[in-house]
Design a protein around this ligand. Structure first.
Ligand SMILES: *Cc1c(COP(=O)(O)O)cnc(C)c1O
Length: 404
């Protein structure tokens, strides 16, 4: 069992007061809090080894380059990528997805099809839409059922030799539903389509195995897994990364530049133009170590307990409806109360120190599907407690009384 109090003490922000009340932080789906070891690692980089990477022969530049590349290998092992050059540093999930859609602009033709799911974050819809507009390809959407689960029969019916790319999130940010990505990847590959998995919500809860999944691309952000903002990873299979053109031109991504012709650097540098977030990339490795030391098995056990308790307690409130009632779920509860706008509940409980997200969660099509303006989303992390959930439930009850 995890010693939650000991873990909480490692996160300075968790002992803060907000609006005079102890902070109850249930907005982990938007970004996670950072342990002291991550905060310290960021300062240590600037205090001790700050220099530009892959450039200088001088000692500090070498130290910074080594630390950056060690972090890449650490993340390679964490996600079980075959090669470290399949692991690209990005500024986040959004950057990773756009890198891929930009590459496919030179591959897709009119008549080709791209399949996205109806559970996607805007980050995994809009870039594909832009790609389809640019190339004349058609965007197709996998529908979901009332439990917020993707309908597999409908997905399989959409697949054909026209399908060039399938993209789906591993875990839905708005509802917490865990999608059967391994199955979907296998089906997509059977028609020769490439698959991108948006892992932004998965990486705080589980350790993805990209070789076992056999996905072609896997994108995630550092800031949702105890790492710094402005960091992320795009995993891509070597063959695909060799096939795709570079995303941005600039320093670091070239082999040779003349005004007649430029040749590109080898992977991963071909996709890493310019000076990256060096400190962030290194510290993302620290965050990955931190989570692995706690252990994803322990993280999941704690989060399952929180999900179960929150679901049970919230459903005691009359008129409360949970969205995303599918069986396979991460520790996210998205809900509404009859006749009350989610924003109003969110504002009242904020006054009581409770941070939840209200609104469409960057997933407007899901809200349209359920005919609602948005939901209140409580997303839990391993450092949250049963007591905090009880505090939230009481606050929601109070808000309900005030508003009805
Ligand atoms: C947060 C999130 C994104 C976007 O991540 P950024 O860090 O903002 O780039 C994409 N997809 C899902 C499912 C998310 O939860």
């Amino acid at each position: 069992m995890l010693d939650i109090q000991k873990i909480r003490a490692e996160f300075p922000i968790l002992s803060e007061k907000v609006n005079g009340k102890p902070l109850v932080y249930f907005d982990n789906g938007a970004t996670s809090q950072k342990p002291q070891i991550v905060i310290d690692a960021e300062a240590k980089y600037y205090q001790e080894i700050n220099a530009n990477i892959h450039r200088g022969v001088h000692t500090l530049s070498q130290l910074a380059t080594d630390a950056y590349e060690i972090s890449r290998v650490k993340i390679q092992h964490h996600i079980n990528a075959k090669f470290s050059h399949e692991v690209l540093f990005t500024s986040g999930t959004t950057h990773g997805i756009n890198l891929v859609t930009n590459g496919f602009a030179s591959i897709l033709k009119p008549g080709d099809e791209v399949i996205v799911s109806s559970l996607e974050h805007h980050s995994n819809i809009v870039p594909w839409q832009m790609l389809c507009e640019k190339t004349g390809a058609t965007l197709r959407v996998i529908p979901m059922n009332q439990d917020g689960e993707l309908i597999m029969e409908a997905f399989e019916a959409l697949l054909s030799e026209k399908t060039k790319v399938v993209t789906v999130n591993h875990i839905s940010n708005a509802l917490g539903i865990i999608n059967p990505v391994k199955y979907m990847i296998e089906k997509a590959h059977a028609v020769g389509a490439a698959v991108l998995i948006d892992g932004a919500q998965a990486v705080p809860h589980l350790k993805p195995d990209v070789q076992d999944l056999d996905c072609d691309f896997y994108a995630f952000s550092g800031h949702k897994m105890c790492g710094p903002t402005g960091t992320g990873i795009l995993y891509g299979k070597e063959d695909w990364l060799n096939k795709l053109p570079p995303y941005q031109g600039g320093g670091e991504m070239i082999k040779e530049v003349t005004f007649e012709k430029t040749t590109y650097a080898d992977l991963p540098h071909k996709f890493e133009a310019g000076t990256p977030n060096i400190a962030g990339g290194i510290v993302l490795g620290t965050a990955v170590d931190y989570l692995n030391n706690i252990g994803f098995h322990n993280i999941q056990k704690q989060e399952e307990k929180l999900l179960e308790h929150a679901t049970k307690r919230l459903l005691e409130i009359e008129g409360l409806k949970i969205y995303g009632t599918g069986k396979n779920k991460a520790s996210v509860v998205s809900f509404n109360i009859d006749g009350i706008h989610p924003y109003d509940i969110g504002s009242i409980i904020d006054k009581l120190g409770i941070a939840v997200r209200t609104g469409h969660h960057c997933a407007q099509p899901i809200m349209t599907f359920f005919c609602i303006p948005g939901t209140i989303r409580a997303s839990f992390s391993f450092y949250n407690t049963i007591e905090e959930i009880d505090v939230m439930v009481e606050a929601v009850k109070k808000a309900k009384t005030m508003l009805s």
